[in-house]
Design a protein around this ligand. Structure first.
Ligand code: PMP
Length: 354
């Protein structure tokens, strides 16, 4: 069935694939919901967004994104409450961030009304793909790729903005062991670390594989100059609890401005937990661990919400973290999820109704 909504065109699937999906056994990012959105930038303008059945697309082999990685993306989630209402969590921040990322990659910014109208149309159509219950969500992946044909190393003149969505259960639901990076880095000053540029992620796979061979799930990246400061994990910002104080790095041109990070900082303030936002020396964390003052490390990001870290390796030495009573990581995860699933008040207006 085809119809025109105010800002976009919608072509529905003739038959949903939802009955083929085992929602209790979902590998992350493998199963996509019925519809997707695309919107092309041609002749200097974003065209009308198109909501269509999910499926493959054809591109010329010379298409610029394949050669120069001119691509950015976002990661968001939709949550369903007990009354079947679907909510997004602070989506304005993702909208602002994708345009900031685009700007850095010389990609034209995307219009706000197209972004929000497309999300609403897609999630309304695929409402049944958002499952209720703790840990269940619809992961939303907006992204932009350079679509001009031709291998000349210059910014593309055409782009495709897309949104695909996939049902997700808790992502990193188990605690992780991490390696503090001493050699590789993720981002450098003047670079693209603050952007969700596709290439930032591709470049992490090799050093992360090396860490995995040593038994670590994640790398905590350190500054590219001297590897003296702890910056962030691959897809999460990172928090350290020293005694009762929460410590985290400031966001800057190398560190992604995480939505979960900002929310944890606000929740800490709301709940009387002291937060220090400032450069985090590796030495300080290692010393705190040795003195027994390092109580917790956890990652904060949309995919995992909060991921507890059970220990870290630095300079070939493994530091186990203690078990603590009333851990902050559990506290923040439940506070965030209570807001996301509409189980509590929303004093800061973080929920966005679909
Ligand atoms: N850092 C990096 C490098 C990331 O890719 C992500 C995931 N977007 C985060 C931090 C966490 O950001 P958010 O809380 O907005 O998901």
């Amino acid at each position: 069935m085809e119809r025109k909504a105010a800002l976009l065109d919608i072509k529905k699937v003739s038959q949903s694939r939802i009955h083929e999906v085992d929602f209790n056994n979902l590998p992350f990012g493998k199963v996509y919901s019925d519809h997707m959105m695309y919107c092309d930038f041609v002749d200097g303008e974003w065209q009308r967004p198109q909501v269509v059945p999910y499926g493959p697309m054809q591109f010329d082999p010379s298409t610029k994104v394949f050669h120069y990685g001119q691509a950015v993306f976002e990661g968001m989630k939709a949550f369903k409450d007990d009354n079947d209402q679907v909510w997004l969590f602070r989506p304005e921040r993702n909208f602002e961030r994708i345009n900031k990322s685009s700007k850095r990659l010389a990609i034209p910014e995307f219009p706000k009304d197209y972004f929000f109208e497309s999300l609403k149309a897609l999630i309304t159509l695929d409402h049944d793909w958002v499952k209720k219950g703790q840990g269940n969500s619809l992961y939303i992946r907006p992204f932009v790729i350079a679509t001009e044909k031709g291998v000349a190393a210059a910014p593309s003149t055409s782009y495709r903005f897309m949104i695909i969505t996939c049902p997700a259960q808790a992502y990193y639901n188990k605690a992780v062991k991490v390696l503090f990076s001493e050699k590789y880095s993720r981002a450098a000053s003047g670079g693209v670390g603050f952007a969700k540029a596709a290439g930032n992620y591709g470049a992490q796979f090799y050093p992360t594989n090396l860490a995995k061979e040593k038994g670590y799930e994640q790398v905590i990246w350190t500054d590219a100059d001297k590897h003296e400061y702890l910056e962030e994990a691959g897809t999460m910002n990172i928090f350290f609890r020293i005694n009762d104080k929460l410590v985290t790095a400031p966001t800057n041109e190398r560190i992604l401005k995480g939505v979960t990070r900002a929310s944890v900082i606000q929740l800490a303030k709301d709940n009387g937990i002291e937060v220090e936002v400032g450069p985090v020396k590796v030495k300080r964390i290692v010393e705190a661990a040795e003195k027994g003052e390092l109580k917790e490390i956890f990652g904060a990001g949309t995919a995992a919400t909060i991921a507890q870290v059970t220990g870290f390796e630095y300079q070939n030495k493994y530091h186990d973290l203690p078990e603590v009573e009333n851990p902050y990581n559990v506290f923040f995860k439940s506070k965030l999820q209570d807001i996301q699933y509409n189980r509590t008040e929303d004093p800061h207006g973080w929920r966005y109704a679909i």
